[in-house]
Write a protein that binds this ligand. Sequence first.
Ligand SMILES: [Zn+2]
Ligand SMILES: [Zn+2]
Length: 171
Amino acid sequence: MSKRINDVEAEIARVEAELAALEEEEEEEEEEGDGDGDGGELVLRSLENERIAPLAASQLPAPRRKIRREFEPGTLERARALVERAPSSEKIKVPFACRLCAFRGESLEEFEKHRKSQLHRAASKLYKEASFCALCRVQCTSPVELERHVSSKKHTERASREGVAKPEPGV
Ligand SMILES: [Zn+2]
Ligand SMILES: [Zn+2]
């Protein structure tokens, strides 16, 4: 289940990289020959998957444990460091680059290889988790976006309604 979320993330990153690449070299818009014929379909399916039912707050620790088993030792730690350092600006788009991992590829092929790597997959999962409000079950686009959400009226009202606004010391 959480694998699909990762695919969505990776797919978005891939499409963004492709779009950025196309913007920069409009004349040579042919990017064929690498035998990857399922791109278009994947995008549609990914969008569909994005509407999966959100987890209950009480279920949240579960996927975290699940990904720990999914990745090789050390990968999550490296990914976490990357996510913490990741720039918050989403406006700068470099072709074949992964902002999250500070990876810069020379071709779509290299970028594809990167996005399938354990490190990238772990980093995107953590990034997604770091952008998720468990209380409202809202998936924000970035941790910065989540901060904005957390200070929003909608969130603070819900928080005080559900009594999680101020953690009780000593409990
Ligand atoms: Zn990456
Ligand atoms: Zn919230």
